[in-house]
Design a protein around this ligand. Sequence first.
Ligand SMILES: Nc1nc2c(ncn2[C@@H]2O[C@H](COP(=O)(O)OP(=O)(O)O)[C@@H](O)[C@H]2O)c(=O)[nH]1
Ligand SMILES: [Mg+2]
Length: 222
Amino acid sequence: MTTIDINDKLLSKNDQHALANRRLLDSNGVWCVNIIGAPGSGKTTLIERTADKFAGDPEIGVLVGDLETRHDAERIAAHGVEVYQIITGGTCHLTARVVGEYLQRFDIGSLDVLIVENVGNLVCPTSYYLGEHNRMVLVSTPEGDDKPLKYPGAVHTSDLMLVTKTDLAPYTNFDVARAGENARRINADIDVFPVSCTSGEGLDQWFDWFGKHAAEKNSQQA
Ligand SMILES: Nc1nc2c(ncn2[C@@H]2O[C@H](COP(=O)(O)OP(=O)(O)O)[C@@H](O)[C@H]2O)c(=O)[nH]1
Ligand SMILES: [Mg+2]
């Protein structure tokens, strides 16, 4: 009897689309970062702050995935960046095929950075490579500092973990140092930055990381 692993087949189809995305991004010198995090962890707010900080240099485009509504795209568009909302209609993650379709909407030659805000979920998005150069995960302080251990896939496949909403930490039992230790037990190489989009604490470290990665990619193109 032959057993067909449907999961493998689905993933390899996704990976084919992801590689096509990656080639398109690379040939246009566009750096792409895929943001994963639970609903409400602060993904959209971080993108809003980042758009304000860089203000067109580098030129940022955004794809944002949600089950329903265009709320996030409307929020982000108000900060002057080109953004497209992908409504998944119930699917809990973005796929490389859909990202590839929406990539066609940009004048990619004028983009420097593509930010993908994935559907709010710490599980499903981790299995779908979209062609991004870097992946990051957000864990907010009200979620609890054990989340890196409970959702190891998200941490294992990410280059950076942002501990968000540090302004709320005094009202929770979240221990930022313990969250970092938990993350490094899963992925010894992961960078961990605590940030608050409300107080601004830690945002400079994030902006440095973002700007450095964007500049490296853009200089490869030049
Ligand atoms: N206290 C606090 N609230 C925040 C912070 N960042 C985002 N929020 C709030 O958390 C809620 C969810 O944020 P949002 O960016 O929509 O999260 P997303 O679902 O991950 O995109 C909103 O009410 C934000 O205003 C922060 O640093 N501190
Ligand atoms: Mg959002």
